[in-house]
Write a protein that binds this ligand. Sequence first.
Ligand SMILES: *[C@@H]1O[C@H](CO)[C@@H](O)[C@H](O)[C@H]1NC(C)=O
Ligand SMILES: *[C@@H]1O[C@H](CO)[C@@H](O)[C@H](O)[C@H]1NC(C)=O
Ligand SMILES: *[C@@H]1O[C@H](CO)[C@@H](O)[C@H](O)[C@H]1NC(C)=O
Ligand SMILES: *[C@@H]1O[C@H](CO)[C@@H](O)[C@H](O)[C@H]1NC(C)=O
Ligand SMILES: *[C@@H]1O[C@H](CO)[C@@H](O)[C@H](O)[C@H]1NC(C)=O
Length: 671
Amino acid sequence: MALSPYVPTAFSSLFRFFAFIFLRVIPVRLGKTALPVLYFVTLISSCFVTPPTPAVQNHPTKTEPAKPETETKPLHHERSQSVDVWTTVLFSLPSTSRSIRITHLVVNTLLLFAAVDFVAHPFFDPATDVVFTRVGAVYPDSVKIVVRYPEFNSTESHVKIVWREYKEMAALEEGWRDGPVVKLTEANDWVNTIGLHSLWPSTAYEYRLSSLNRTVLPYPPTPISFRTFPDPRLPTGTHFRFVVSSCVSPNFPYVPFQSRRIKGFDLLAHYLWPMRGKIVPPAMDGSFNPEVSQSSLANLDSTPTPTIASAPSTAVVTLPPPEFLLFLGDFIYADVPFYFGDDKEAYRRLYRRNYQSQSFRKIYEHLPVFHTYDDHEIINNFQGLANDSTPPFPNASDAFKLYNADGNYESTKKDQYYYHFRYGDVAFFVMDTRRYRSNVFDDDVHSRTMLGDQQLSALYDWLGKVNTTATFKFVVSSVPFTSLWGYDAQTDAWPGYADEKAVLLKALHSVPNVIILSGDRHEFAAIEFNGDEDDNGILEFSTSPMSMFYVPFFRTLKKTSDAMVSRVKTEVVSTDDGDEVVNTKYEIPQEKVLRYIASGNYKWSAFEVDTRDLEKPTLKLEVMIDGSAAYHLMIAGKPVKLYSSTALGTLVPQSFNKMFHKIGLRPSKWF
Ligand SMILES: *[C@@H]1O[C@H](CO)[C@@H](O)[C@H](O)[C@H]1NC(C)=O
Ligand SMILES: *[C@@H]1O[C@H](CO)[C@@H](O)[C@H](O)[C@H]1NC(C)=O
Ligand SMILES: *[C@@H]1O[C@H](CO)[C@@H](O)[C@H](O)[C@H]1NC(C)=O
Ligand SMILES: *[C@@H]1O[C@H](CO)[C@@H](O)[C@H](O)[C@H]1NC(C)=O
Ligand SMILES: *[C@@H]1O[C@H](CO)[C@@H](O)[C@H](O)[C@H]1NC(C)=O
């Protein structure tokens, strides 16, 4: 049986197209079966093709000898032939040349290897010996420190935290104090989290790791520095930056020999510390960043609610130091493009893989990272049903807890992944949208819950408290709150839980300066929520991926919601009988897109919060896409009368603390 030589051409082209999509555009799960199948179909079909006419001159016996390849040709002719060669190789066209036919095979085989390398890399490079430490939750008087330090041929070991206050010119060995001892066990994959307590607010510290007898360990090579958060009871405002994003997968879009790279984190490190030749500690890093300040003048955008502040009047803007990264889930892709199973090791391996990445090291060794999870830390579109035995939650949760969640703030309830925290007068609530969500397909819409009763009551409780004790309130959800995204966002995100969303939305509208942060969609969108006439406006910013695919061409975000809210416009109209007040009713969409940016493999949002003038609190958003500023928004918050901020019992006020230090006194020694 002989096939047309164009049959393998067609299969080969299909294979290459799929390989390109899989490695560079979207690593669809289908790829892991489609690619090997197409590869072998191409190979087998090419065996059934009538051997093409000979390519080599010394085969004179064939009936249709090809043009001898060695023939001398004019130069221009040669060039056009070389174009032909490229076309032939690119589209696997039938060729009389044996070397070209071999090239077809080599190209396909390399592509198949690339796909195997991409899919199976965690298996070949399980990162079992990765050593790392990072700062998690930061409080005014303590921090959490996560340590992984494997010790081979043993089942447990101990590492001591040694710390001191950070001073720019401190002698190398001066002033180190013994901190807590971290117990590491093989059973917990050599990772553990510990608290370092009795610290001063707004103060820079540094720590390193040592063995129990105080021998300094080789990692970290230089001490890790951090700064405690300000005392929230101080009557002053704050000025700081933080970054938010979600979704990472190493080396996507795929590049050969870059398997440990997470390019989005490289770009983020460059953005946060553009002048970092050597490591700049957080306390010293309020650096002027000319690139950023100029673009923020050029691209100011606007929104009607909350009201807009004017553009900064000077071109030189001193940015406050970044204080933390909020990572909203899909930190690992347990099931994309391949699900390695639900055993503990399969999940742990993927966390180790990210911590091993030099790209991520640039971030977590210099910036506290607070996490939540989303479905891909568990499995696609996971619904926990408030049952911790729902597979594969147990082992997925084990790995998330060890590597990411234990470093987060303590929840108000034991063993919960939702938590809240404050930075000065700015409050954050981070939801757990996976563990308690009910079945969106079976359960009645009125009884469906995304958060579960206990978490909902914690959220309402928090909302009631921060209403009058915090200036800005950030509500953080791994999945979007908006209903404007179509397709599976309609069931996997908040629209699937419409009743709970409506009630929560009503409560959020009653609180001034609420901002919702979300991720998940691999796109950026800024959404405005409009409530009733007297309600406060709410904005949502959904930002992802940090370093992963985006969907080209296919757009799924509606511009406005079908649901409308009514407004009344009051005008004074002059009539013959004198002035008359006319009320006109009109409608505006409940949800509306302010800005939508779908494309870009590397996205994050950086917020600069400034509440130093409590009468004019502002929030500046800069959205970075593929390393360039893509969108700016200046949000003016409403002034909030802060009730608890003047309460007695504050720690020694910051200014005193600083003053004592200047004159060489150490108040920490007195109390
Ligand atoms: C651990 O033990 C194995 C044999 O049991 C040995 O080959 C290896 O070198 C040991 N590793 C270390 C770090 O001691
Ligand atoms: C300290 O302990 C480590 C092992 O934990 C050991 O290798 C080292 O020799 C000890 N150093 C001293 C000075 O005892
Ligand atoms: C979890 O992992 C362990 C070992 O890694 C395995 O024995 C178990 O079957 C896995 N699944 C569950 C649901 O515990
Ligand atoms: C929780 O899930 C497990 C595994 O699916 C199931 O066997 C068990 O019956 C569930 N428990 C409840 C209370 O629904
Ligand atoms: C927040 O405070 C306002 C004004 O005091 C009040 O009307 C509203 O109900 C409060 N909202 C919540 C969720 O406590």
